[in-house]
Design a protein around this ligand. Structure first.
Ligand code: ADP
Ligand code: MG
Length: 399
């Protein structure tokens, strides 16, 4: 696959599509991981004498009020601190002023354009890959580099639209993310254990289908375990039961009975607002009680299934880790992986934040910066923004 390394960038206008979709609170960036992760490609372009044009989306733009809450201005301020060159900002996403700013850029300088999704306000032009918009943006550059790993599963003007019109390639972040996942999945070491959790079976079916034959064990926690448990005759609170997926769960359990491990108990309460909770075996959970985390016996079983693992893939937390009362299950899983130095890949947006929240930064083999993109990659689904670049398939041999 073509990458930034295949081009002579000197004096060229290089558009780099980044993923600056960072969490914000009151106009301040609360986690700049994605900005830091983008620096390698940006600095490479600067150091090689490119005129660098940065584009990214941030949040969603549906109403005029969304505009000011989702401005890339705070990202611009952060980039000025991080980059050792002149950094400019364009408040426009489609104007002669923007064109002029690009034309005035000197080699080694950087221009950050305002949120690409500002173009979604009227007619969803960015998100529908509008042709006129793609053409205009492409006219601002000579080369297009896609380094927005977290948006690879989208077919938008700023990633797919421009890529169709310019010589293109992927950046270092995309290279690293894809090769880490590829290498991990292709590694022959066993036991390979997959730990799934989080909210819904629905979101994870394709990942399960793709990995169930490759892994030795599948441990299922989180709310998604309830539909599996229901098929085994346990009481499950209706709130979590995914009726449409009962048959799927039943068939999976029948077929892979030996591989699949389910919780035996939960930390239950009547609601998340309730300040008390109890550890209860499945058979003792009452109608009005919800399981918000896997219980102590389940933790023990899961930990025993992980101790001897050579590779572990985490996709979804064991409980409502955002609440201190329900984070033990997720914490203990990470702890056994850390203590035994087990090669661990974490995919999924909430899983990645649980790793950081629970104090396991820089511990694992790889924590992916992408949510949906990683999930779709793990499913084996072709990613549209890669497909336009991916003429020669080198990195991802499976698709
Ligand atoms: P990821 O983003 O890693 O793929 P998901 O989006 O599938 O993960 O699920 C994450 C969410 O699932 C978390 O916000 C967590 O609070 C929630 N969750 C996990 N276990 C439970 C549970 N037992 N009941 C309710 N919500 C849960
Ligand atoms: Mg999620």
């Amino acid at each position: 696959m073509k990458s930034i390394l295949d081009y002579d960038l000197k004096d060229k206008r290089v558009i780099i599509r980044c993923d600056f979709n960072v969490p914000m609170k009151d106009g301040k960036i609360t986690d700049d991981t994605r900005i830091i992760a983008s620096l390698k490609t940006i600095n490479y372009a600067i150091n090689n004498g490119a005129k660098v044009i940065l584009m990214s989306h941030l949040g969603k733009i549906k109403t005029p009020e969304d505009l000011k809450n989702n401005s890339l201005k705070p990202v611009y301020e952060r980039l000025k601190e991080l980059l050792n060159t002149n950094v400019y900002f364009s408040p426009d996403t489609f104007s002669d002023e923007l064109t002029n700013q690009v034309n005035n850029l000197k080699s080694g300088e950087v221009l950050l354009m305002e949120n690409t999704r500002y173009e979604d306000l009227e007619g969803k032009k960015e998100s529908t890959c509008n042709e006129e918009l793609s053409k205009y943006w492409a006219s601002l550059g000579d080369i297009f580099i896609n380094d927005a790993y977290g948006a690879l599963h989208r077919a938008h003007a700023s990633n797919v639209g421009i890529a169709k019109l310019l010589p293109n390639g992927i950046g270092f972040l995309v290279i690293e993310e894809l090769s880490k996942i590829d290498n991990f999945l292709e590694e022959p070491t066993h036991p390979f254990v997959v730990v799934m959790g989080g909210k819904k079976v629905k979101d994870k079916i394709k990942v399960i289908d793709n990995l169930i034959t490759k892994c030795d064990r599948l441990l299922i926690g989180g709310a998604m375990s309830f539909t599996f448990l229901y098929t085994k005759g346990y009481h499950v609170n209706k709130k979590y039961l995914e009726e449409d997926y009962v048959t799927y769960c039943k068939n999976l359990l029948n077929k892979y009975n030996e591989k699949i491990v389910l919780p035996k108990d939960f930390v239950v309460s009547t609601s998340l607002e309730d300040t008390t909770s109890q550890n209860k075996l499945l058979e003792n959970i009452k109608e009005n009680e919800y399981g918000y985390d896997i219980g102590s016996s389940s933790i023990e079983i899961f930990v025993n299934n992980l101790k001897d693992a050579k590779r572990v893939l985490i996709n979804g937390p064991m409980g409502v880790f955002e609440n201190t009362m329900y984070q033990k299950g997720t914490y203990e899983i990470y702890k056994v992986l850390k203590d035994n130095n087990i090669k661990t890949l974490v995919g999924g947006g909430d899983s990645a934040s649980s790793v950081n929240n629970l104090g396991f930064e820089n511990v694992f083999y790889h924590v992916s910066t992408g949510g949906g993109a990683t999930l779709e990659y793990l499913e084996g689904t072709p990613l549209p923004a890669l497909e336009v670049i991916n003429k020669k398939k080198v990195l991802n041999k499976d698709n």
